[in-house]
Every structure is written in structure tokens, then in C-alpha cells.
Write a protein that binds this ligand. Sequence first.
Ligand code: FES
Ligand SMILES: [Fe+2]
Length: 369
Amino acid sequence: MLTREQNELLTRVGPGTPMGELLRRYWHPVAVSSQFKDHGTKPVRILGEDLVLFRDRSGRLGLIGDRCQHRRAGMVFGIPEQDGLRCAYHGWMYNAAGQCIEQPYESTEDPGSAFKDKITIKAYPVSELGGLIFAYLGPEPVPVLPRWDIYVMDGVVRDIGSGVVPCNWLQIMDNSMDPIHVEWLHQRFTDYVFEHLGRPRRRVVREGERDERGWRHVKIGFTVFEHGITKRRVLEGGSEEDEDWTIGHPVVFPNILRTPNAFQIRVPVDDTHTWHVWYSTYAPKPDSVEQTPETIPYFEVPIPRCLEPASRTGLCWITTAARTSPSGTRKAGSPTARRSTSGALTEGWSSTARYSNSRWRSRCVATIQ
Ligand code: FES
Ligand SMILES: [Fe+2]
């Protein structure tokens, strides 16, 4: 059992906290390229800092403080120019390095003024890879952005999903080191939900795996390796020859889970929120369209937020079976699992989760209202 002090040490992520400083030594995704192709701005909250990501008209990305150094106007309202972001209030302009490069009225009054040279705004390095936009918030020297295989491998199609989970980043990483929950939460619980929805039980089976394989864990193991810890499992009917044991699921320090075809990246937003990114690769289908980083499809993953205890709201989402017609088929207009726009292969537990989450959220919203 962690002490309160140990818990604080591991979970606080703001500037100046020990874990916050450690996490700042790593690149973290802050946006998806396909969602940020053109010039514009986007608010970013990461590691307890409020920032503004912008793309100027030359295509250059910048990540700067969210308040103008002049009168604290929100830079998210800034106007992207050829070489920077111009504050909407009085027109001061900042480049991607955070240097103020224009002060329109001040320069009119005193054309020789060097005042702007003294003005800087917080700014962090930004880099794009594999359809994600990454930022580095730590001290120099800036490390190389890791080119993990999943970001750069050829011959695959990709999609990217994300959602903000209302918990500390470490809680999600803790879950990644817990193999057994897959058998219960992802399999048996999903079966239970499907039973109530009047749908056939659904095995969570990856392409090419034996459908008849059980999901009862008979052995688990953990191995420390250069970049983290690999968790392994042997399932009933399987053996240590299976990839679940020979390869396992590497948990890449500090905040990435690798599954056979995907990364799950847990970006700390602040002490109580985490931006969860599902970055997946698939074997292309004959009709798959060639992707560029800017065309990788993106989907939002609805995260259920039950604001009140179920007993107080009357919330009982398992009864969503009521949305199923007596014949057991879904009513027209009821939610369906989303598919990525590439038609890419979003089958699997994640689409199950999206389907279920969508219903959970709808049910939560309907009940709370
Ligand atoms: S507040 Fe930004 S230019 Fe005045
Ligand atoms: Fe899980």
C-alpha cells in the first residue's frame, strides 16, 4: 500500500513536481495531424500547463503559452500569419520559438524600438511523426523524438482515436500491468452487456487467432527490458509458444502500452485527467487507400462520465437492452459501432468499447438531464 506521500510523488505532474519533471523528459503527443492540417490554433493542456498549439501560414507548428505577454489575451484567438501567431487584441506577434517579432503600434510610435526583442512567451519544441504532433516540455538538450516501429512501418494502414479520461495517468498505466482484467472486463463483462443487448456473445479475438481459445488466464509473467516491462499471459488452451507469452505486451516507460498492432499512449493532462490515444495499425485491405500522415483517420472515443452515483440518478445503464426491439434487432437510429473513414479495420475490442461507451454516455446524459 502506497503512503499518501508516495502517491503524491507518483501522481502530481505539474511544473516543479518530481514526476512532472520526469515526464517532461519525454516527447508526448498533443494533437493529431489530420485534425490540424491547416493554419489555426488549438488549446492544449498537458502536464498541468495551459498552452496553445498553432500552425502558421507557412505550415510551421508552434506550442506557446496561452496568454499574450501584453494584456494577457488568450492566444487561442490568435491570427496565424506567415511566420507566427498574432495576438487578436493589439496585434503583437510571436514566432514558434516564443519570440515577439512584431508590436504594430509600438513600432509606429517608435520605429527604432527594440522593446519587442525583450518580450518572449513560453514556447516548446513541436515535431510531427506518423500522423501525431508531439511536444517536448523538458530542459535542453531536446532528445530525439523516438521513431517507434509502429509510427514508421511501411505496408500498414492506421487510425487514431482519443478521449480524455477523468483520472490520473498512473491509474491507466497501473491497469496496463494488470493482465487478468482482460479476461473479465473485456470478455466476460462484454458478454454480459451483449446478453442484455440481445446480441450474440462476442469473442475478443484478433485476426488469425483461434476462435475456440478460452480467455481464462492460466499463467502470467513480467519481464523488465530496456524500455519498460513486458507483461505476458498464457490462456487456457494456449501455451508458452503463443505470442501472448513469447512477445507479450510491452509497457513502454513511462506511459505507453504496446499491443500487437497498436500503441495506447496516456498523456497526462493534469493531476486528474489523461488524454488517451489509441494509435493502431492494420494489414491493408485490397481497397485500402494509401495514407499520408495527414490523412490517417481520426475518431473521438466517448468516455462515460457518471456525475452522480447510479442510485441517486436512477442510472442503470445495463438496462439499455430496453433500446432493443422485442425481436432482438436494434431499432433504427440506435448507435452503431463507428468505423474509421478509411474503412480500416476497427473491429476488435476497441470498437466494442466505442460502441459500449457511446451507449453509456448517451444513457448518462439522458439520465442526468
Ligand atoms: S493583449 Fe496581446 S497584443 Fe495586447
Ligand atoms: Fe483493458
